[in-house]
Design a protein around this ligand. Sequence first.
Ligand code: FA5
Length: 371
Amino acid sequence: MTDTAPQSAVRDTLAEFEAGAARAFEVAEDAETLRELESTLLGRRSRLGDLQRQLSTFAPEDRRDLGQAIQAARARLVELAGARRADLDARARADALAADRLDLTEAMSLGAGWGGPGRTDSGGGDPALPWRGHLNLVTQTRDALEDTFVSLGFSVAEGPEAETDWYNFEALNMPPAHPARGMWDTLYLRLGAPETVLLRTHTSPVQVRTMESEKPPIYVVAPGRCYRRDTPDARHLPVFHQIEGLVVDRGITFGDLAGTIEAFTTAYFGPDVHSRLRPSYFPFTEPSAEFEVTCPICGGAGCRTCSHSGWIELGGCGMVDPAVFAAVGIDAEEYSGFAFGFGIDRLAQVRVGLADMRTLLDNDLRFLRQF
Ligand code: FA5
């Protein structure tokens, strides 16, 4: 027997159900929604399950045909749900990757006028060549200082950044527990006996190393990195740079020191910046002085950068103390000398009129490309 009306009704219901379920799978927004839809639309208690159960009311041959139709519809829907799951998984992976991504191409996304490695379009020199970076302002300043002093007859020396207590303090006339050690907040390394190895707080240990290895006459500058437990602010960084100067010869006077600093200031800053030496104290020089220039931010009127003093301290200087000559075996009766130590980052800051030294470390291309 063939009960066509109920069979066609089941087929209509099946077709309608399949179309609705397919649409629901296609627009499922996330994996969780898809899982719920699968359970509702394909599970035992689903409409499909109901249709399956109705089969027992049909004649065997109709039951087989309808059964196959239901199975085929279920198989198509299962496949559709699987495809949707693969899409959603791929999209979730892409979103996670995008969220985790480190943008190393910032330079290229800043629009016209901002170059970056590998970029060959307009904006920088030959359009056929990739844009090139350049040296950081501090490195440029260091190079310019070296050039200035080499042109004045100095040679360039170097020393290690991890130093011993002897070179950083003791040979510079600061025996253990000397109160002047407190002038430099020191970072010690866990090497050897406690507090014997440190990150140099200034470039002055290169004075000692140079005098140990060379006989006078000595005319050297020693640029390099220094470390202090200083809190970063407008004029301080915990890692910064100094350039040390040392002259040892017969008949060197404080006048030679003042003249050298004067010549350097004019050569480096030009006529708009005024400088002064103020009496000061360093254990390794006697007499000692501080070298200051007018604040370029306020022109001397006083501002946050210069702590409202109108002046910015660039370094210390003085005549080499006889105790230092004694530590390195130079006869203080025969020779005299002067030394100075300037902050390179501070010099760069003054020269370009930078209100806050921390900007040097921001890695902001809009700042870096100006120099
Ligand atoms: C010294 O370090 C002495 N060694 C200088 C010296 C050398 C005196 C030779 C006499 C003879 P002072 O601690 O003042 O001195 O530092 C010198 C300069 O280094 C400062 O004027 C400043 O320009 C720079 N400087 C010091 N600390 C910092 C810091 N945390 N960040 C940036 N620059 C600094």
